[in-house]
Design a protein around this ligand. Sequence first.
Ligand SMILES: Nc1ncnc2c1ncn2[C@@H]1O[C@H](COP(=O)(O)OS(=O)(=O)O)[C@@H](OP(=O)(O)O)[C@H]1O
Ligand SMILES: Nc1ncnc2c1ncn2[C@@H]1O[C@H](COP(=O)(O)OP(=O)(O)O)[C@@H](O)[C@H]1O
Length: 208
Amino acid sequence: MSNGDKDNHVVWHQSLIRKEDRQKQHGHKSLMIWFTGLSGSGKSTIANALQHELYKKGVSVYLLDGDNLRHGINRNLSFSEEDRKENIRRTAEIGKLFVEAGIVVLAALISPFEVDRINARSLFVPDEFIEVYIKCSLQECEQRDPKGLYKKARKGEIQQFTGIDQPYEEPKDPEVIIDTDKLSIKESVEILSSYLVSKVRLMENTKE
Ligand SMILES: Nc1ncnc2c1ncn2[C@@H]1O[C@H](COP(=O)(O)OS(=O)(=O)O)[C@@H](OP(=O)(O)O)[C@H]1O
Ligand SMILES: Nc1ncnc2c1ncn2[C@@H]1O[C@H](COP(=O)(O)OP(=O)(O)O)[C@@H](O)[C@H]1O
């Protein structure tokens, strides 16, 4: 994609309202919580339940789910490595806007390649990006197969399927690992919720 001569002729406008002002208005810090893992590992289920928990605590939170984004802003993207890279780039950029707006963002995407996750992280200041690896064996994901996609991939009806004929690179240094082979949905959400409550630093005026 060409930038034209944007780099020379587009100027950044400074906002009168800073991220810190918006965070104060929301009553907590804003963060990007990036969930990565195989299809069927539990990203959407856990992120959704966590969103609900944080919402009940008064946190302004929004879930960017890979599947859902692919119905809209990312609808023109396939599952080639190149398109997945663009999918992650766009989602990270959208997430960055939410964080600027003072919101806690949960992004749940397979995001199978380490380099794309590192690029996503690089858009945020260090303590505002938390990578959560939803770890689950391929065997277990395939057994769950909530959408019947592994079955189709095994039959060759879906190509470039993560874990089958495209790789999944495990995160090298995630902030949190949730092993859903061993933990229940409830346990996973409890671990993440208590970890995040200290990170978002709810302020006193925030409703419980
Ligand atoms: N080829 C192939 N590989 C992997 N997944 C596939 C594929 N085709 C369709 N799907 C469905 O798309 C969902 C993954 O979309 P993501 O945007 O999270 O993928 S990625 O981050 O760009 O890798 C994924 O959702 P989850 O199961 O929730 O992970 C699948 O439902
Ligand atoms: N321990 C567990 N953690 C998360 N999900 C689980 C667990 N055990 C069974 N499941 C089921 O596995 C499926 C995971 O699907 P989903 O959340 O869509 O995964 P992903 O978003 O990673 O593709 C759901 O049907 C969920 O109910």
